[in-house]
Design a binder for this molecule. Structure first.
Ligand code: ZN
Length: 161
C-alpha cells in the first residue's frame, strides 16, 4: 500500500492521509492507493545517464589518444598547422582523428540524453541518482572546457587547426 502522490509506504499509517504529501487514502478502498512499491529506475537508465553525462571526458580522451598516436607515428609532438592529421601516414591516426570528431559531435546529443535521464529520475523522485548524473555531467563539461582552454599537449590546437 503506497501513496499515489509520492509512493510513501502507507502500510503502517493509522491516519487516512499520507504523512509525506498529505494525499488522502482509504485502506478499505484499493482505488485510493497504489499497490506498486516505490518506482525504481531500471539500472540501464542510470548507466546510460552516467555515460551520457561523462561523454565530454570520453571526447577529451579521444583527443589525447589521437595526439599520442600521432606523436608515436611522427616521432615528435604533432605541431598545429604543420602536421595535418590527414597528412600523417598512419591509418590508426586517421581512424582516431575521425573518432575524436564523431565523439565531439555527439557531445550535444549526449548532454540532452543526460538531461532527459535527470528529468526521468526526478519524476520518479530518485533525487540521489538524478543529482549524481547532474554532477558527473557538470564535472565532465568543466573538464572538457579546461582541456580546451589549457590544452597541455596542444591536441585541440592541432586537431582543429
Ligand atoms: Zn504521499
Amino acid at each position: 500500500m503506497f501513496c499515489f502522490g509520492c509512493r510513501y509506504d502507507l502500510r503502517s499509517i493509522a491516519a487516512s492521509r499520507c504523512p509525506e504529501c498529505g494525499r488522502a487514502f482509504d485502506p478499505a478502498d484499493a482505488r485510493t492507493y497504489s499497490r506498486a512499491v516505490r518506482a525504481e529506475a531500471p539500472r540501464w537508465v542510470l548507466a546510460l545517464g552516467l555515460v551520457a553525462a561523462a561523454w565530454p571526458l570520453v571526447t577529451a580522451a579521444t583527443f589525447l589518444v589521437t595526439t599520442l598516436a600521432a606523436r608515436i607515428s611522427l616521432g615528435h609532438c604533432p605541431r598545429p598547422y604543420l602536421d595535418d592529421p590527414r597528412s600523417i601516414n598512419s591509418a590508426v591516426v586517421g581512424v582516431l582523428a575521425h573518432a575524436a570528431i564523431v565523439a565531439m559531435i555527439a557531445m550535444l546529443p549526449a548532454a540532452l540524453v543526460a538531461l532527459c535521464v535527470v528529468a526521468y529520475l526526478g519524476a520518479l523522485r530518485r533525487w540521489r541518482p538524478a543529482a549524481l548524473v547532474l554532477l558527473v555531467g557538470l564535472a565532465a563539461w568543466a573538464g572538457f572546457v579546461l582541456l580546451n582552454r589549457y590544452d597541455p599537449l596542444r591536441c585541440v590546437d592541432w586537431l582543429f587547426d
